[in-house]
Design a protein around this ligand. Structure first.
Ligand code: PGA
Ligand code: ZN
Length: 400
């Protein structure tokens, strides 16, 4: 590929109105832009994120090297970023800085090679698409993704998963379920408020309340395709290491009490997956729960695995999970994201490519999910534009 001609940066606002970095790289008349999201209930072991202003300064400092180096492709570009940073958690450059550059370069390379982004991803990863990922769409929000004045439920996310491999059909079902939940809440005189990922807020101290509403919506909404429920507990966000308990507002659970609650939930609701059921470093508890459930549901690592091969290996040693979330900004480059995906696949795990709670209108994760044949795409509620564009990009690929 010809050398990069110019590197431009811009500070834009994410879905929470927080500043984030956008990068545009160009070669001749070809331009490629990427922006990066931000998490709130972040894993302790994920890449460090710098302020958008610092990311901009760092990119300015790197520019003279970026424009004079002849990168053979996205892999060598990412190797340059990884070597320049030189830390385990991207604390020098920032995972947000490196990811914005990494994705922009990948797009630029795809365009100069006249490839669709997902084709470029498949080619570099050596993975062939096998169909479309299922939608994991947030419809009820709790935990840290809700203003605490609303007295949110402990569990962070209640998602609907249409059992369809067609993005068009999946989006139709998700929208139908959202409309049905809205009607249920309205008929109960429940105010309509929304969390960070666009899901409805249900207040209260019983996490089963969210499940009851979602189950009612699934039964009320008529569709030829069945839908299941996915939960993201985000348990690290309410783990109290001092007391070795899970504490959320006035609720307290021991690990055993949480296991009992999950077993009850799995027995009573159409549960497909449970993400981050325990604290990110309690590998043995994950292993115990995985053994009990015996692969009847997906046990999904997010804060546990942080898209990092070292953490994924550790999780495998404890047999902690059988599925994992892929968030490129947890690790900071496209290349390392692919390495994490390939390792999870070697272990026979399911893969869910995911957005973050603070999102931009960049739809990179849709191409990533399709290009690496992910089992799921977790992208929040389509009520928010930043989330909708990801689902729409899959529909665009479906119709192409
Ligand atoms: P985050 O949450 O983006 O705020 O970290 C998303 C998740 O936990 O899956
Ligand atoms: Zn999560």
């Amino acid at each position: 590929m010809a050398k990069i001609d110019s590197v431009d940066t811009k500070i834009i606002q994410d879905s929470r109105d927080k500043d984030t970095i956008e990068v545009t790289l160009s070669v001749g008349s070809i331009k490629a832009t990427a922006s990066v999201p931000a998490g709130k209930s972040k894993g302790e072991h994920e890449a460090v994120s710098h302020s958008a202003q610092d990311a901009e300064k760092i990119i300015t400092q790197l520019t003279s090297t970026l424009v004079k180096t002849d990168f053979s492709g996205p892999t060598s570009f990412d190797q340059f970023l990884i070597a320049t940073d030189g830390t385990v958690q991207k604390s020098n450059l920032g995972g947000n800085t490196t990811l914005a550059l990494s994705i922009a370069f990948l797009r630029l390379w795809a365009q100069t090679n006249r490839l669709q982004l997902h084709q470029a991803i498949s080619q570099i990863a050596g993975i062939s698409p096998t169909g479309f990922p299922m939608f994991f769409s947030n419809v009820i929000n709790g935990g840290l993704h809700v203003d605490q004045n609303f007295n949110p439920l402990a569990f962070q996310e209640y998602m609907v998963v249409p059992q369809s491999k067609s993005p068009t059909k999946s989006l139709e079902i998700v929208n139908g379920i959202i409309e049905t939940i809205k009607n249920i809440l309205t008929s109960e005189n429940h105010p309509l408020n929304f969390g960070d990922e666009g899901g409805f807020i249900v207040s209260g101290d019983n996490p089963e309340d969210g499940l009851k509403i979602l189950e009612q919506a699934l039964k009320t909404y008529q569709s030829t395709e069945q839908s299941k429920i996915a939960l993201d507990i985000a348990a690290s966000s309410f783990w109290d290491p001092k007391n070795q308990k899970y504490s959320w507002r006035s609720d307290n659970w021991t690990t055993q009490q949480l296991i009992d609650l999950y077993q009850k939930i799995v027995a009573n609701y159409p549960i497909m997956s449970i993400e981050d059921p325990f604290n990110q470093d309690n590998f043995d508890d994950w292993g115990t729960f995985h053994q009990i459930t015996d692969d009847s549901i997906w046990i999904v690592g997010d804060d546990l695995t942080v898209t990092n091969t070292k953490r994924i290996e550790e999780a495998k040693q404890s047999d902690a999970a059988n599925a994992m979330i892929i968030k490129p900004n947890q690790i900071g480059t496209f290349t390392e994201t692919i390495e994490a995906i390939k390792m999870a696949r070697r272990f026979g795990w399911k893969i869910i490519v995911s957005h973050r709670s603070g999102e931009t209108e960049d739809d990179f994760i849709a191409d990533l999910a399709y290009g690496v044949a992910a089992d799921g795409l977790k992208a929040g509620s389509p009520l928010q534009k930043e989330r909708l564009v990801k689902y729409q990009r899959l529909i665009e690929i479906e119709n192409s």
